[in-house]
Ligand binder design. Sequence first.
Ligand SMILES: Nc1nc2c(ncn2[C@@H]2O[C@H](COP(=O)(O)OP(=O)(O)O)[C@@H](O)[C@H]2O)c(=O)[nH]1
Ligand SMILES: [Mg+2]
Length: 310
Amino acid sequence: MTTPKEHDLYQRGLLKTRASLWGRIKGVFVGKASVGEPELEQLEEILITGDVGMHYTMKLVEDLRRSVSEHLTDTQLRSYLQGWIEGVVSIEGARRKDQRSHPAPGQPRVTLVVGVNGTGKTTTIGKLAHRFKGRGLSIMVVAADTYRAAAVQQLQIWAERSGARFTGGQEGGDPAAVVHDALTSASRYGIDDVIIDTAGRLHTKEPLMRELEKIRTVAGRIVGGAPHEVLLVLDATTGQNALVQAREFVQAVGVTGIVITKMDGSARGGILIPIAGELGIPVLYVGLGEGIEDLVEFDPKEYARGLIGD
Ligand SMILES: Nc1nc2c(ncn2[C@@H]2O[C@H](COP(=O)(O)OP(=O)(O)O)[C@@H](O)[C@H]2O)c(=O)[nH]1
Ligand SMILES: [Mg+2]
């Protein structure tokens, strides 16, 4: 269940997408005496330019064509679209078997956060640390992005803000060694949750994937079953590019959950539909702003209401 505050965050965060998607759809359908092919074609175009992707656009238009008689009121159309979107992202998004594992009692739960530079990994970790803290858990965040001193510092600032413990290496240090030391001390101190920040330099894809693999191996050696969760962070404003990135990471590093950030930053919030649909990996969180509170657990109903409605 979402709280009223989270409902508002969805509504506010998805404003741009809603204005573009529902705003245009309404313009096509409302006040029409009947729904015919010209309207359905226009709907198709709105959905495709709204990043919903060819596959789900065709499916939606086909379903609508079949289930709708001539006349469609504004309210009927709205609830039809909301229900359709909610169904697709919840059913399709959970198609794969849950890949998450659980730590043994007394061991920390280890989350590895991966994704391309600039997608919002470090920010998301800060927000997650704050969330988990709010549940009374002890948190450690780990800077395994050791290529830039600024990246390490940025995570340290988020650790201070959220009240999490911080571990980071020297600039240029070995990320796997940082993870080794961090997990050793997290186990010793009885930390509940460890969240690991990683580098995401796209231009060196193969070494990056190898490095992530090395981090995985080292983590599993220190804490049984770690990483228990691998979160892939995708930037909604990059549209179809996010899907391309997702395929690469899923193939290379075994992703267990997805975070889609910057849903508030553009009218491209529709991209969540093909991401959830194609990958079949659950979208766990969405980023709806830059602040520490602007990360919510993904809720298909709130998402659908944020996209379609007045
Ligand atoms: N509007 C908005 N901006 C975000 C969100 N998440 C991250 N950002 C911004 O995206 C930029 C890159 O984030 P960062 O965490 O440094 O990305 P990283 O390189 O993947 O670690 C920063 O300016 C963040 O404030 C979000 O959900 N909404
Ligand atoms: Mg970062």
